[in-house]
Design a protein around this ligand. Structure first.
Ligand code: HEM
Length: 167
């Protein structure tokens, strides 16, 4: 199996664990806080889910840097300057900082969970959307990303309200 294919396989497994985990973390959070308290079983489910997300992110960062090294030493070097790649790396940094702020309770839960959910889906969709959105600049992508986070925060707010959840 050639290196590029191997990296794509690891990257897709990382995406499945990361995006899938971030989605279930949101679902478990809504279910857990619905009765006003997070009981030990609910908390253990969420801890396992967060661990899966971290494994996914580790696979993505390792295989992602594998791609960058491969690009550097093959004829795909031009892709290193793609605004898609740099906006995705920016979003990955947001995912990392947001996870630390959530863990240390330094960000409101409504904002932290919306940032996490939206950022994982944005990171997953940026590169596959390449043919449909190019040409586009880094700032344009960041503008769409911020709008997407705002829409997700609004949607999650409406869902929480309809379930009678306040946070
Ligand atoms: C939240 C984290 C991330 C997610 C969800 C994600 C998701 C994806 C997806 C779905 C693809 C398309 C794979 C395909 O070709 O079918 C992709 C491609 C790519 N990702 Fe990521 N990724 C993440 C993090 C990273 C990081 C941290 C890097 C670099 C350090 C990176 C570098 C790349 C590169 C270079 C490609 C293009 C591969 C190619 O040549 O086709 N990704 N990513």
């Amino acid at each position: 199996m050639e290196w590029h294919t191997f990296l794509v396989v690891v990257h897709i497994i990382g995406t499945a664990l990361g995006v899938g985990g971030a989605t279930f973390a949101e679902i478990f959070l809504l279910k857990a806080v619905r009765d006003g308290e997070i009981d030990p079983i609910e908390s253990s489910f969420m801890q396992v889910t967060y661990r899966i997300v971290r494994v996914g992110l580790a696979l993505l960062v390792l295989s992602g840097f594998g791609f960058l090294i491969l690009y550097r030493f093959t004829d795909l070097e031009a892709r290193l300057y793609s605004p898609l790649l740099w906006s995705k790396l920016t979003i990955v940094v947001v995912i990392l900082i947001n996870a630390i702020l959530l863990q240390t309770r330094r960000i409101p839960l409504w904002l932290g969970s919306a940032l996490s959910f939206a950022s994982w889906y944005a990171a997953m969709l940026i590169i596959p959307l390449r043919p449909a959105i190019m040409p586009i600049t880094y700032l344009e992508i960041m503008g769409w990303y911020i709008a997407f986070v705002a829409i997700v925060a609004l949607a999650l707010g409406i869902i929480r309200k309809s379930l009678g959840i306040k946070f």
